[in-house]
Design a protein. Structure first.
Length: 324
């Protein structure tokens, strides 16, 4: 398996997942300068004109970092595009991405050949998130560069497949880049993702509990205080199944153990605010959060992941030596 050049040379094989509402330039820049891919949804910029300002801020900050640190340049950044038909901003947002030649575009909720072709045209790559092997085939057939299997336990919109099962099925026919998502919150899990057949780990929830994240203090502290037992899988809030923090559901006057089913037809993306209130009041989160013990700067979180990753590799080497 060979990675596109843009994904090589990372400090850790990690992509910081785009977090709706929460990701913004400060978080993306911190992730990239820490040596991992930083990302944010285009839709986080509101009004739409703000996206141009944000991409200018990110590109200028990373260029300045590279001039000051030629020995450890920043990792590339990614922009998430919702390609669902209800996103009435997609064309305008793609034009801004083209202006800045965004190196990595992450597409969600649909696969669009025209979007993939546009990104290739300016020299970028497209990673498409999927929840099953059928969607994976469709994404590659329509021109995506690589895949993000969103497995069971991932924060926000997530599938039900075991990460081991879905990567195994995809690797039977696809040898391109795979970034695995699903309850990855420590360095050992990053190594496990690679051992299972993925190239990179796709990590979201731990970055919510960082100083740079645009999340409320209550949200961050709830992640620190919670474990996988506090995660609820429901389609109520957006019409698509996702994982959420039970305390935030209770605080909204709902019973997390008795939630009705959501309606997929209510999904709206783009200039409207249909999802904004739901995602503000009901907090998305993955199952891996017991590894999050405190709110820390992004660089401290990446430092921890690197230490744990190295320790996990040493354990494997020791096990191999004992078995020899």
């Amino acid at each position: 398996m060979s990675l596109p050049p843009v994904l090589r040379g990372l400090r850790l094989p990690v992509i910081g997942a785009p977090l709706f509402i929460i990701s913004h330039p400060k978080l993306v820049i911190a992730q990239c300068t820490a040596g991992i891919v930083g990302s944010m949804p285009a839709l986080n910029a509101r009004p739409q004109s703000q996206l141009d300002e944000w991409l200018a801020e990110i590109t200028e900050a990373l260029a300045a970092w590279d001039r000051a640190h030629p020995e450890r340049k920043a990792a590339p950044f990614a922009i998430n595009q919702i390609v669902h038909k209800s996103n009435d901003r997609l064309e305008a947002d793609m034009a801004v991405c083209a202006k800045y030649k965004v190196p990595i575009v992450i597409t969600s909720l649909g696969a669009r050949p025209d979007v993939n072709e546009a990104v290739r045209g300016w020299g970028g790559i497209v990673l498409h998130d999927i929840i099953n092997n059928t969607q994976a085939h469709k994404a590659i057939d329509k021109g995506a560069t690589g895949l993000i299997p969103v497995a069971a336990g991932a924060g926000g919109h997530a599938g039900v497949k075991s990460p081991f099962a879905i990567v195994q099925e995809i690797r039977e026919w696809f040898d391109g880049p795979i970034a695995l998502s699903g309850a990855i919150a420590n360095g050992g899990a990053v190594l496990a993702a690679q051992a299972a057949g993925a190239d990179l780990a796709y990590i979201g929830s731990p970055f919510i509990a960082t100083e740079e994240a645009r999340a409320s203090d209550a949200y961050k502290q709830c992640i620190v205080a919670s474990t996988s037992d506090d995660i609820v899988y429901s389609s109520l809030f957006t019409g698509v199944h996702g994982n959420y923090l039970a305390p935030s559901i209770r605080a909204s006057g709902l019973d997390p153990d008795n939630l009705p089913t959501g309606d997929p037809s209510t999904m709206k993306f783009g200039s409207g605010d249909t999802l904004k209130k739901a995602w503000k009041d009901i907090w998305g989160c993955g199952q891996g959060i017991s590894a999050v013990k405190a709110v820390v700067p992004v660089h401290a979180l990446v430092d921890r992941l690197e230490r744990e990753y190295a320790a996990a590799r040493r354990r494997l080497l020791d096990a191999e030596a004992l078995a020899a």
